[in-house]
Design a protein around this ligand. Structure first.
Ligand code: CP
Ligand code: NVA
Length: 309
């Protein structure tokens, strides 16, 4: 049987993503009254262990995967790469081979996307992308769940991205092409998303474009989404912050989107940089549901990876 790695959304494809989003909503509803540490009654991952490797900081990804495994009846081993032999030169391939003999799945947060591809090539258990410099598919599963909760469906919605053309945007672009929503990326010149990511979405019939004017980008948008201007591993650059300033999500900019448009942010936020307090704490912001949905969406990613969805 082929191993179900979840390195990017395209590894699953539209039908499986739809099934995962349905399952995430159903499981979320079914356990709404249960204490967070209680196992789902069917305990579908009883006896399974997920190893998590962090080469970068994390709050949401770490806690949501850990709680997801607990709620599904499984267990986790959480490791910072710096305290592993990986952090002092053991290869990704050898790490993958060893972990595959001891655990049932691996989640890794790393820098170079090539490392996770290498991990998947040598692992004999599923490998899940917990963020790389190139993409963050688990985040966008939670974002899609949040949008469905607010609007009922994804198809036909317009998402306006403001700011840096980064890993989170790449996964939104990929999701748009797979799930039938439009993505307009408003990025300052020099900070565009990867041309290959845009090209591949367009080739699949995706409705995606880059727009320099932030006001034009948000016009008619159902979803306004942003992220930090300086991602993990990037150096702090005054020049970049200055170029991003016109793309800050303000109440004025939100007012140019569709009435009732939803604001999303994967978090952590840099308040006063990519978004002002009045928007992130305002009535259109869905960020706490979005953060919570990391837990629910990833339970379904795990179930899919284990061949149970
Ligand atoms: N959004 C997200 O991935 O958060 P963490 O960096 O805290 O995991
Ligand atoms: N683009 C951000 C996302 C953090 C969850 C980063 O890579 O740091």
């Amino acid at each position: 049987m082929t191993i179900r790695h979840f390195l990017d959304l395209s590894d699953a494809g539209p039908a499986a993503i739809a099934a995962m989003l349905n399952d995430a909503a159903a499981r979320k509803k079914a356990r709404a009254a249960l204490p967070k540490g209680m196992v789902d009654p069917d305990a579908p991952l009883a006896g399974r262990t997920l190893a998590m490797i962090f080469e970068k900081n994390s709050t949401r990804t770490r806690v949501s995967f850990d709680m997801a495994m607990r709620q599904l009846g499984g267990t986790t081993i959480v490791m910072d790469a710096g305290s592993m032999q990986l952090g002092r030169g053991e290869t990704v391939a050898d790490t993958a081979r060893v972990l595959s003999r001891m655990v049932d799945a691996i989640m890794i947060r790393t820098d170079d996307h090539a490392k996770i591809v290498e991990m998947a090539r040598h692992a004999t258990v599923p490998v899940i992308n917990g963020l790389t410099d190139a993409s963050h598919p688990c985040q966008i599963m939670a974002d899609m769940q949040t949008v469905i909760e607010r609007r009922g469906s994804l198809a036909g919605s317009k998402w306006a991205w403001l700011g840096d053309g980064n890993n989170v945007l790449h996964s939104i672009v990929e999701a748009g092409a797979l799930m039938g929503f439009e993505v307009v990326a408003a990025c300052p010149e020099g900070y565009d998303p990867d041309a290959d990511v845009i090209g591949s979405a367009v080739n699949q019939g995706g409705k995606v474009r880059i727009e320099r004017d932030p006001v034009k980008a948000v016009e008619g948008a159902d979803i306004v989404v942003t992220d930090t201007w300086i991602s993990m591993g990037q150096s702090h650059a005054e020049q970049k912050l200055a170029a991003m300033m016109p793309y800050q999500v303000t109440t004025g900019l939100m007012a140019r989107a569709k009435p009732g448009a939803t604001f999303l942010h994967c978090l952590p936020a840099h308040r006063g940089e990519e978004v002002v307090d009045a928007v992130i704490d305002g009535p259109q912001s869905a960020i706490w549901d979005e953060a919570e949905n990391r837990l629910h969406a990833q339970k379904s990613v795990l179930l899919w990876s284990f061949g149970l969805l």
